[in-house]
Design a protein around this ligand. Structure first.
Ligand code: GBH
Length: 463
């Protein structure tokens, strides 16, 4: 269990997974190697104005050719688990048909390298890199994409199912749907509230079908999915602010948790969105598919949301939230990261307690948590990133608090192992425990990486 020791340390269970996470398009590079075909992020990054400084993931950290060195670094930090994603366009070059052996081979070698180093492989099947060919046929607004996703899941499960410790079907379907098809800030860059809701349902359907495919293949690891869940808080106790928080919570959290864990969409979300759509894309049987039992729930947490009801008539045309007209987002008082995101570990604690309260006592993992800061290389070649250490320590203390309160929280993954391609922000934001020099591709473990190594070694953090 989680205890506070007499030395003033917060000790974690000995079985705790101390992890770090990455995603294929953000670290691999080698986008044309071994038969990989374009994904929506290759296409999107090539469009002027989409990504800061015109950056793309074409080369990024070069992990595809340097994975052995990177596993060596993980091992020097002492990680007990590593979460990576598999690039769909490396496996199924044509989206649905045909298996690309060379692409599968890369992940096969990576998994063996991890196991050889005593690190549990945690594989995400979809971290946003949809094959462009499937987008050309409608992407996640086309129901067929969910079926293709299950075919792809089956192929990967066949090959890696005996060695992966945990599977995440999707990473943050909220982002795929509401940023990819809603605001257009992420690939494929399409806009519209109905498209975002349609994509949400097809992503959930893809999740459910993929769970069935993984089970049918007899995978030995846990089956789960990773949601960018959050604590949504009203600015005041005014009922109008509470209603604003309810609407955002519905579209951020419950629209995913409820179908997966309860087999139904939240009634208030359906009601709130009825002016936009009658949800005709939900077919009989879909919710039974989507609610196939999972072994754990994984959450990615960065900051809480603080919202209020805006004065009448104030419209936010850029909002990802279809029913958020009249909702205003506020920064939480206090420090922010280089992303401008609030540093508030109480949001993580509250989220974990809330999941148990509303969805029952089940195994949970924090599959992403971390912060961007403007790291500078010091005169001795070292990188001091005290803010990142404070962020990680504070959030691990929140995790400890949740475990102490009885939450069955089994592991924590820092976002990210390496500095990498931060989506629309390109290389202008650094989240790594390990610094990457994008000219030489040299890796340097930051002070935070050394701090994490010490925490893992003693299984505890400072109180
Ligand atoms: C995660 O997403 C990703 O999984 C990872 O790939 C990424 O590198 C990492 O975090 C750091 O960004 O309402 O339009 O202002 C980030 C989760 C959820 C953060 C939505 C920004 C607000 C978007 N994101 N959130 S918006």
């Amino acid at each position: 269990t989680a205890v506070r020791t007499t030395e003033g340390l917060l000790a974690f269970p000995s079985t705790f997974w101390w992890g770090a996470a990455t995603a294929a398009y953000q670290i691999e590079g080698s986008v044309e190697a071994d038969g990989r075909t374009p994904s929506i992020w290759d296409t999107f990054s090539a469009q002027p104005g989409r990504i800061d400084n015109g950056d793309t993931g074409a080369h990024t950290t070069g992990h595809y050719t340097r994975y052995r060195e990177d596993v060596g670094l993980m091992s020097s930090i002492g990680l007990s688990a590593y979460r990576f994603s598999i690039a769909w366009p490396r496996i199924r070059p044509t989206g649905g048909h045909g298996v690309n052996e060379a692409g599968l081979g890369f992940y096969d070698r990576l998994v063996d390298e991890l196991l050889g180093a005593g690190i549990r492989p945690v594989a995400t099947l979809y971290h946003w890199d949809l094959p462009q060919e499937l987008e050309d046929a409608g992407g996640w607004t086309n129901r067929d994409t969910a079926l293709r996703f299950a075919d792809y899941a089956a192929v990967v499960a066949q090959r890696l199912g005996d060695r992966v410790a945990m599977w995440n079907t999707l990473n943050e379907p909220w982002c795929s749907a509401f940023l990819g098809y809603g605001t257009g800030g992420h690939a494929p860059g399409r806009r519209g509230h109905v498209g975002a809701l349609t994509a949400t349902h097809h992503l959930l359907l893809g999740h459910g079908l993929a769970v069935a495919a993984l089970r049918a293949a007899g995978v030995t690891g846990q089956v789960s999915t990773a949601l960018n869940a959050g604590a949504v808080r009203p600015l005041t106790d005014d009922p109008a602010d509470a209603d604003a928080a309810r609407r955002i919570d519905g579209l951020l959290n419950r629209i995913f948790f409820d179908p997966i864990l309860r087999g139904a969409y939240p009634a208030d979300v359906l009601r709130d969105t009825e002016q936009l759509t009658d949800w005709h894309f939900v077919r009989p049987g879909d919710l039974a598919t989507i609610s196939a039992p999972v072994d754990a729930i994984c959450v990615n947490y960065y900051q809480p949301d603080l919202v209020s009801a805006a004065p009448d008539g104030e419209l936010d045309h850029g909002t990802p939230y279809p029913t958020a007209q009249g909702v205003r987002f506020h920064p939480t008082p206090g420090p922010v990261t280089h992303m401008g995101w609030s540093v508030d570990p109480t949001g993580l604690r509250d989220l974990l307690l809330r999941i148990r309260r509303d969805y029952g006592d089940r195994p949970l993992y924090v599959t992403e948590n971390g912060a961007a800061y403007e790291d500078r290389i010091g005169p001795d070649g070292g990188i001091d990133d005290p803010e990142r250490i404070a962020y990680l320590r504070g959030h691990l203390a929140a995790v400890h608090e949740a475990i102490s309160a009885g939450v069955d929280l089994r592991g924590y993954f820092v976002w990210s192992l390496l500095d990498n391609f931060e989506w629309a922000f390109g290389f202008s934001r650094r989240f790594g425990l390990i610094h990457v020099d994008y000219d030489t591709l040299a890796r340097t473990v930051k002070a935070s990486g050394h701090w994490y190594r010490a925490a893992i070694a003693r299984g505890a953090i400072e109180a």
